[in-house]
Design a protein around this ligand. Structure first.
Ligand SMILES: Cc1cc2nc3c(=O)[nH]c(=O)nc-3n(C[C@H](O)[C@H](O)[C@H](O)COP(=O)(O)O)c2cc1C
Length: 163
């Protein structure tokens, strides 16, 4: 069966996800990117992963910094998702992260107002087609605001209807 990239993207878009901003810090400079490829992998030892397009500069920086933090976005943090998904310049993104100034163990920024964050040491970077899978060992984690999540489905942001 031959499957076009557009068709594959359409099918993958049927899977609803949350939205995260993955941050890192390399040579003192904070940086980040929006990612919905985050998933939990193992509780013992605590492992999580996200996948970055090989063209994503932040992914390359995570490989060099060997650490990252996953910040799970709340519904009212959509502007952060946009900023870290290409709308902001690198300078704007790192200025915001430097201004926030909050870190945990590795030095990767953690975002106030997020639903939770996981601070990770890079365990392994796995080459996977046009992406790199970044597997991280969680060294610190915290839940944050008890607000509603930012969701992504069929290429658009969504919100959770109250049950
Ligand atoms: C909701 C959403 C989820 C995204 N998830 C990913 C992802 O998991 N991996 C990825 O490489 N890019 C993802 N992107 C695209 C990147 O955020 C975007 O290309 C970003 O500008 C890459 O960062 P860079 O400036 O470091 O290259 C996503 C974008 C959006 C809006």
């Amino acid at each position: 069966m031959s499957l076009s990239a557009a068709e594959l993207r359409r099918v993958l878009g049927q899977f609803a996800t949350g939205v995260t901003v993955v941050t890192t810090r390399h040579e003192g400079v904070p940086q980040g990117m929006t990612a919905n490829s985050f998933t939990s992998v193992s509780l013992e030892p605590p492992l999580v992963l996200f996948c970055a397009d090989k063209r994503a500069r932040s992914g390359t920086i995570v490989g060099a910094a060997r650490c990252f933090a996953v910040n799970v976005l709340a519904e009212d943090q959509r502007h952060l998702s946009d900023l870290f998904a290409g709308k902001g310049t690198d300078a704007e993104r790192s200025a915001l992260l430097a201004e926030i100034g909050q870190t945990a163990v590795t030095g990767a920024p953690v975002l106030p107002g997020s639903l939770g964050w996981l601070d990770c040491r890079l365990e392994r970077a796995i080459d996977a087609g046009d992406h790199v899978v970044f597997l991280g060992e969680v060294v610190a984690a915290s839940t944050g605001d008890p607000s509603a999540p930012l969701l992504y489905f069929r290429g658009a942001y969504r919100h959770l209807e109250p049950a």
